[in-house]
Design a protein around this ligand. Sequence first.
Ligand SMILES: [Zn+2]
Length: 247
Amino acid sequence: MVLIPFLLCWGSFLNVLSHRLIRGVDIVFQRSRCPLCQKNISWFDLIPVFSWLLLQGKCRQCRGAISALYPFIEILTPLIMIPLILWTPLRYIPAYFLFFSALIVTIRSDIEHLLISRFVTLFLIPVGLLLSSVNALPITFLDSLIGALLGYGFLLAIASLFRWITKKDGMGQGDLELLAFIGSFTGIIGCWMSLLIGSILGTLYGLLCTPLSKKTSVKIPFGPFLSFGAISYVLWQQSILNALFGF
Ligand SMILES: [Zn+2]
């Protein structure tokens, strides 16, 4: 139970990280400011979820709207980290904790800005390779390496084909790097399953939401769906592998 407050605060930190990585703001030394009026935020207004609810999603000083993504990410963090901690063998938890944290940062920045920071995808691929080679992940180094290359290569092929047919960009560079990062932490099968689950989730979302909005060219970020695909795979990988291969 002591974990929940810690994970809510960790979610709050991931919110800040996502916000600052995209804007190139100092991560460690700058105090939290209101993104609208730039005034410093007091510690008692930084309590995860509760402060946002108490202030009804508005800044105490300028009364400007504070994004609902803040409490969303703060609640999402314990919701996915607690099953991870309960269901995963102890020696894999640190690596997956880092993996999930990077995916949460990606989910936030891609929903908010349609941008994915390389600091939480591309630059962490060597970490995935290293962790797999020291048995901190349940995949081999080779599996991690091929997973990363496959993730990048497959999306590159789809993106090129899409551009050739429609003469439009359907996928961003960030999505390619994200799937490469996912492949480096989950291997070949994980990379495929994340893409498969992510594509199903994305298609369902598109089908449910497109008729509601009049704009047909509205951009839907793919990163959050890939991330949720990877999170689902990691949490349920034993059942998925059982169903696929019977082991
Ligand atoms: Zn403000």
